[in-house]
Design a protein around this ligand. Structure first.
Ligand code: COA
Length: 158
């Protein structure tokens, strides 16, 4: 039973993230969405809110658990006995950062593989930062996020 971890800050979780999770869940029996505390990014939503929003956005998707963590990703992976890190790749610009992160993680534990899934066509330009900016300026983020995330953004940015 291969467990995979899809890690990210998810501030907030978008439809692009949900697409990656659903595709990973079709390939592997157990997918853990690892929500990183990532204070470095100064997230808009607290860790427990980001976990709750991802859970709502993924309701009904079987084989998926959403868990927050504030440790090294590799410690989180070991704790949950996972074997694979899944990451989404949107554009070539993502590649350098992702390649570096995969390389550092491989240095920490060469037995853990990083697997990249290409973002689906409509999600190529989607990012949590753009979603927050559009919401903050009164734009409609409905096409990009689950209704629960849209409502949370409206409340947080009011
Ligand atoms: N669809 C939509 N958006 C996507 C996407 C997709 N398929 N794939 C990535 N993104 C966006 C995210 O929304 C995010 O946008 P933002 O920067 O505007 O907020 C951006 O791409 C990347 O963010 P995310 O996927 O959340 O990753 P991250 O770079 O914020 O987080 C961690 C990276 C959490 C995996 C990494 O920091 C980590 O492992 N932290 C734990 C500590 C650790 O072990 N550090 C050592 C690592 S070697």
């Amino acid at each position: 039973m291969t467990t995979v971890v899809y890690p990210g800050t998810f501030d907030p979780f978008t439809n692009g993230h949900a697409d990656i999770v659903k595709r990973a869940a079709a390939l592997f029996p157990r997918v853990i969405v690892g929500v990183a505390a990532n204070a470095r990014k100064a997230p808009l939503f607290a860790l427990d809110e980001r976990v709750a929003l991802a859970e709502q956005a993924l309701e009904g998707v079987s084989g998926v658990a959403v868990i927050g963590f504030g440790t090294l990703l590799m410690d989180f992976i070991h704790h949950h006995k996972a074997r694979v890190i899944v990451r989404g790749l949107r554009a070539l610009s993502d590649f350098e950062y992702e390649f570096q992160m995969a390389g550092m993680n491989r240095r920490l534990d060469p037995t853990i593989e990083t697997l990249f899934l290409p973002a689906a066509e409509p999600d190529g330009a989607l990012s949590s930062s753009f979603v927050k900016e559009i919401a903050a300026l009164g734009g409609d983020v409905g096409p990009f996020v689950h209704p629960a995330v849209k409502a949370a953004l409206t409340a947080a940015l009011r």
